[in-house]
Design a protein around this ligand. Structure first.
Ligand SMILES: [Zn+2]
Length: 297
């Protein structure tokens, strides 16, 4: 074991909220999560200035200021994207430094076979990660393909949640061939199979899964072990059936998430509070549901 092991230093009574979805895009060696073409395209999609990449310490500082805890991750897509990601060890070291606000998730390249299974165990046992992030489109894999099931078995055994990107993506948007990124892999109905085959695995479907939001709502309502994170979109643009479900059948299944740095915390909160949802839902969305997903309730 080389890195430091993360342990919670968060006072969950005291924090106002838990953001279940934030990205670290660059590590201390300057390695970036995406290649140059993608960095530029994603910047345009979310209307960001050039050269603004999120670091783990800046992220922690911003969340500490807002008395909010944040799940942090990067994505290992070295096979799918033929690009080395920013260092997960560095991200975890940053989460250890900032363990009063940050919660590290791990990532494995699903195409790594048995090494990915080994890496899941190592990241939990030696580094203390609290969940795993997948991006089926970016990592170029069908999440319900049984060849990846040993990875989910290891995550289930570790007792931590798995968060999957669902729906369209800003990654590759506007590029020829979408930079070879296939949207179909992020259809939430594929996760219905995984949820059925792993009833003990907590699954988070990340983002309003446009254009498959109805399927997403159906899966989350049907499977007790499936949740939805509301990141990646300003709540102003949430599809109306999702807004209705947040106040009704999914009130214990929906999670506050920004997709930092692409959407910022103040804006998301402000836009969410202007939606027409039952105010009793707010503490569930901002904190209580996430505590259950993280196994802390
Ligand atoms: Zn994201």
């Amino acid at each position: 074991m080389t890195g430091q092991k993360y342990e919670y230093g968060i006072d969950f009574q005291r924090v106002d909220a838990i953001d279940i979805h934030t990205h670290v895009e660059v590590d201390c060696h300057g390695h970036r999560a995406y290649d140059d073409v993608l960095v530029e395209a994603v910047g345009k999609y979310f209307k960001r200035g050039p050269g603004e990449l999120s670091t783990v310490d800046a992220l922690a500082e911003e969340y500490r200021r807002h008395n909010t805890a944040a799940v942090v991750f990067t994505i290992d897509a070295r096979t799918g994207m033929r690009h080395e990601p920013n260092s997960i060890e560095d991200l975890i070291a940053g989460a250890v430094r900032n363990n009063d606000v940050l919660i590290p998730f791990g990532s494995v390249d699903p195409w790594d076979g048995r090494r990915a299974v080994h890496r899941v165990r190592e990241l939990v046992r030696d580094y203390g990660v609290k969940g795993f992030k997948f991006h089926p489109s970016f990592q170029a894999f069908e999440p319900n393909d049984r060849r990846f099931y040993p990875i989910y078995e290891a995550i289930t055994e570790a007792g931590v949640p798995a968060l999957f990107h669902t729906g369209q993506t800003g990654l590759g948007a506007g590029l020829p061939g979408g930079h070879r990124i296939k949207l179909r892999y992020s259809d939430p109905i594929l996760l219905d199979d995984v949820a059925a085959d792993f009833p003990e695995l907590t699954i988070v479907m990340a983002h309003p899964a446009v254009p498959w939001v109805d399927a997403q709502i159906a899966v989350a309502a049907h499977k007790a072990n499936v949740y939805v994170d509301l990141s990646g979109w300003s709540p102003k643009y949430f599809p109306p059936q999702l807004v209705a479900a947040i106040g009704r059948q999914l009130r214990t299944k929906v999670l506050f998430g920004t997709d930092y740095p692409y959407i910022r915390l103040e804006r998301w909160r402000r836009d969410f509070e202007s939606l027409d949802v039952d105010p009793e839902v707010l503490p569930l969305v901002f904190k209580q549901n996430a505590l259950r997903v993280l196994g802390l309730a």
